[in-house]
Design a protein around this ligand. Structure first.
Ligand code: ME8
Length: 519
């Protein structure tokens, strides 16, 4: 949108060693909701996701399957694109680190770092965890029950000794601390910010940023024996996608620095320490904010392939429908905290909040209008204080949800919407339009108009969370597609009395357990 404010949001780029699971869907869903919200709020949004395709971990996975890494990554990367479609994600770009545009950007960033004398050649001798693609100090390791040395993440480490280029990270400690101090919103939530601060205060060591013992990566410019460390390669994707190394005009000039990098708590250090240091060292601006969300477990257990309890997003969508899954994931857990997935919790949200609360409100209002108001938007009289109170709550939703989402507080945004849903149900019961039908039909029309307007606000604000269901809801209120943005003050936005409405049909189904218990 020409002239509107830019908003650039990114997901991590996912490793292609694995099929996508609920954790990947969760991070991208959170970004999707923010991207959709900002678009409706008039921003020029760029929403990026993609796949991280280089490094030892991916090379090993390809070898284990007996295929060439490129062919392997083509296949798995496609799975992530398919997931985006299945989850109705609205990403504007999908980046793969094996693309040419990315190799150019990563090598250009490397060159800037060497030109600025931020990289030097040395040799690395230390511990490396392929699963995390990360280096660890001796002091961080523990012995597993099987006697193997493991990193804090639980990943096994191996001893590595090889020539390596190093990034002068140790020289960035004070400048990073000053940067965090000047930008208190850079790391969220606060608990995570404190973790990062104490890590950096504890002292930083120079970081090994190249490898020589395998080939699957981007070559270090001017030294064929080395490939770039996969995290330096991967982090660069965020500027590749806005046209780096071109910085003076085009997308970089418009969108960088990114407004938000959304990540899981496992990879916060890379985004909140290494990435701003690399960028500042290259003379580029760091992103504005990194949010590290929590971890999902399955019925109380850590999700892992070996436990065989990986939650497949496709299964969830098949079982419950897409929008209930999108709703559940962002409603169930305060964003930032860890969360536990369970069938019971899913059903609780789906039946209690979607079918009973919202579904019931919409269905009651729409079917009463269909039966008693000639299937058209009711003609209202003067509004009472109670009418104005409910309308005021509905009108306040835009500001309240915006405030919540600017803090990435998805659960609070949904709760704010449900406060109005519940108030709508209380209002219906209190004013009993089915009684007014006989005693005061004109008042009945006013009451139903107030309710229809309330449902309209709810439908518009829910679009980022449940795009399909809210579109159906707004269709049933005959809200034209160009009146679905957050420009509530715009002309013709409020429902126009007398407008014909289509026949209502229920939008939020109840989940009914099959005979014999949970499926
Ligand atoms: O780390 N709960 O990729 P990755 C919640 N390629 N979120 C989860 C999750 C869970 N159980 N499991 C995974 C990488 N995630 C790098 C990133 S970025 C420049 C490079 C999500 O495939 C969460 O967002 O291991 C986590 O940070 C990400 O998947 C890790 O994905």
């Amino acid at each position: 949108m020409a002239g509107s404010k830019p908003y650039y949001i990114t997901t991590p780029i996912y490793y292609v060693n694995d099929v996508p699971h609920i954790g990947h869907a969760y991070t991208t869903l959170a970004c999707d909701v923010l991207a959709r919200f900002k678009r409706l709020d008039g921003y020029d949004v760029k929403f990026l996701t993609g796949t991280d395709e280089h490094g030892q971990k991916v090379e090993k996975s390809a070898m284990a399957k007996g295929v060439d890494p490129k062919a392997f990554t083509d296949g798995v990367s496609q799975n992530f694109r398919d997931l985006a479609k299945a989850m109705n994600f609205s990403n504007d770009d999908f980046i793969r680190t094996t693309e040419d545009r990315h190799r150019r950007a990563a090598q250009a960033l490397w060159k800037r770092l060497t030109d600025n004398d931020e990289i030097y050649l040395g040799s690395y001798a230390g511990w490396y965890a392929v699963r995390d693609e990360a280096f660890y100090g001796e002091g961080e390791l523990t012995k597993s029950a099987e006697g193997k040395l493991t990193a804090p993440s639980g990943a096994e480490v191996e001893w590595v000794e090889e020539p390596s280029y190093f990034f002068r990270l140790s020289a960035w400690q004070d400048r990073l601390l000053a940067f965090y101090e000047d930008n208190p919103d850079f790391i969220a939530p606060d608990s995570r910010r404190n973790e990062v601060l104490s890590f950096v205060k504890g002292g930083l060591q120079d970081l090994s940023v190249s490898r020589t013992t395998f080939k699957w990566g981007i070559q270090v410019p001017g030294d064929e024996a080395h490939i770039m460390y996969v995290w330096l390669d991967a982090l660069t994707n965020y500027i590749t996608a806005v046209g780096f190394p071109e910085t003076d005009h085009g997308e970089y000039a418009n969108y960088w620095p990114a407004d938000l990098h959304m990540v899981g708590k496992d990879i916060l250090r890379f985004h909140a320490v290494y990435w701003p240091a690399f960028l500042m060292a290259a003379g580029l601006e760091p992103p504005k904010r990194v949010f590290a969300h929590g971890w999902w477990t399955n019925e109380g257990q850590k999700i892992s392939k070996s436990l065989g309890n990986v939650i497949d997003p496709y299964d969830l969508v098949d079982q419950y429908g897409l929008d209930p899954v999108r709703y559940f994931l962002l409603r169930e857990v305060p964003f930032g905290n860890d969360g536990d997935y369970s069938h019971r919790a899913m059903i609780g949200r789906m039946n209690g909040e979607l079918a009973n609360s919202l579904g019931n409100l919409a269905q009651r209002v729409l079917s009463m209008i269909a039966k008693n108001c000639g299937a058209a938007v009711p003609r209202h009289g003067d509004f009472t204080d109670e009418d104005k109170n409910l309308l005021g709550m509905a009108q306040g939703l835009h500001g309240r949800t915006r405030q919540c989402l600017d803090r990435q507080s998805f659960h609070d945004a949904l709760e704010a919407i449900w406060v109005v849903v519940r108030a709508g149900n209380v209002y219906v019961d209190h004013h009993a339009p089915w009684v007014l039908k006989k005693s005061d039909p004109a008042r009945m029309e006013t009451v139903l108009y107030v309710l229809a307007e309330t449902v309209r606000y709810i439908g518009i604000l829910l679009q980022p969370f449940m795009p399909q269901s809210s579109a159906r809801l707004l269709d049933q209120l005959a809200v034209s597609p160009n009146h679905r943005t957050f420009d509530f003050a715009g002309e013709g936005h409020a429902l126009v009395p007398g407008t014909d409405l289509p026949p209502p049909s229920p939008i939020f189904p109840r989940f009914v357990e099959e005979e014999g218990g949970a499926s």
